[in-house]
Write a protein that binds this ligand. Structure first.
Ligand code: SF4
Length: 222
């Protein structure tokens, strides 16, 4: 059981999906997008971390940036910010290099750790892709946060792996049906880059007519 390549979804969409199902659907199904400070700053940080295909070797450590990854099982494709290969006798052989190596994915994030586990889920999905591609097992990876310049270890537990797999199924199901779910507005909507497109207040029961009147009034007052 797995997905055909044509049906692969963007692995980075896990971030949007974990934040809000509707935000993910607006971006990935309806192809709507809007930049705000958070997305622009995050994008710049990722460009720096990716430097696609860049490779470095320091003794018993190899660093690959912007490595392309995919998983047939999850139906995701994407890119790892950084994959470190640590020399270890229990690791895997890599073509062209002596010794054995253990891959460790590292994801760079602007800001500080989130209140929900979107970053951990994204990193775990990357690990599942690497495991499938390199035929190995990966126990943990790291999240690096730009604001406190720290990296924290993330263990890929069975529970986290199951959450990733269930999320993948839900995303593929919505995508296949082209369905954008309705979601109640919440505090997080204030930091959502798609607030003006989604207009979550309309879902709270404000009548369309009243909403238009409020907006007209605001424009006249400006
Ligand atoms: S504004 Fe709120 S409900 Fe709408 S997509 Fe963003 S987070 Fe989701």
């Amino acid at each position: 059981m797995g997905y055909a390549e044509d049906d692969y979804l963007m692995l980075s969409g896990i971030q949007h999906f974990a934040f809000c199902r509707k935000q993910w659907a607006l971006i990935h199904i309806e192809q709507q997008w809007a930049e705000n400070y958070r997305t622009t700053a995050g994008e710049l940080m990722h460009k720096k971390a990716h430097e696609e295909g860049a490779f470095e070797k320091r003794g018993n450590l190899m660093i690959v940036r912007g490595m392309r990854i995919a998983s047939h099982e999850l139906g995701f494709s994407g890119q790892c910010d950084v994959v470190e290969f640590h020399q270890n006798e229990n690791g895997i052989e890599l073509f062209g290099y002596d010794g054995k190596w253990n891959p460790v994915p590292i994801e760079y994030k602007r800001g500080t750790p989130k209140e929900y586990n979107a970053d951990e889920l994204q990193l775990c999905a990357q690990a599942i892709c690497l495991e499938e591609m390199l035929q190995t097992a990966i126990g943990a990876g790291y999240l690096y946060y730009g604001e406190n310049r720290r990296r924290s270890s993330v263990e890929f537990t069975d529970a986290l792996r199951l959450e990733v797999k269930n999320m993948s199924k839900e995303m593929h199901d919505l995508f296949a049906r082209g369905y954008t779910p309705n979601v109640k507005s919440a505090k997080k909507c204030r930091s959502c880059s798609l607030e003006n497109i989604c207009v979550p207040r309309l879902q709270k029961g404000i009548k369309v007519r009243k909403y238009i009147e409020q907006n007209m009034k605001m424009k006249q007052e400006c």
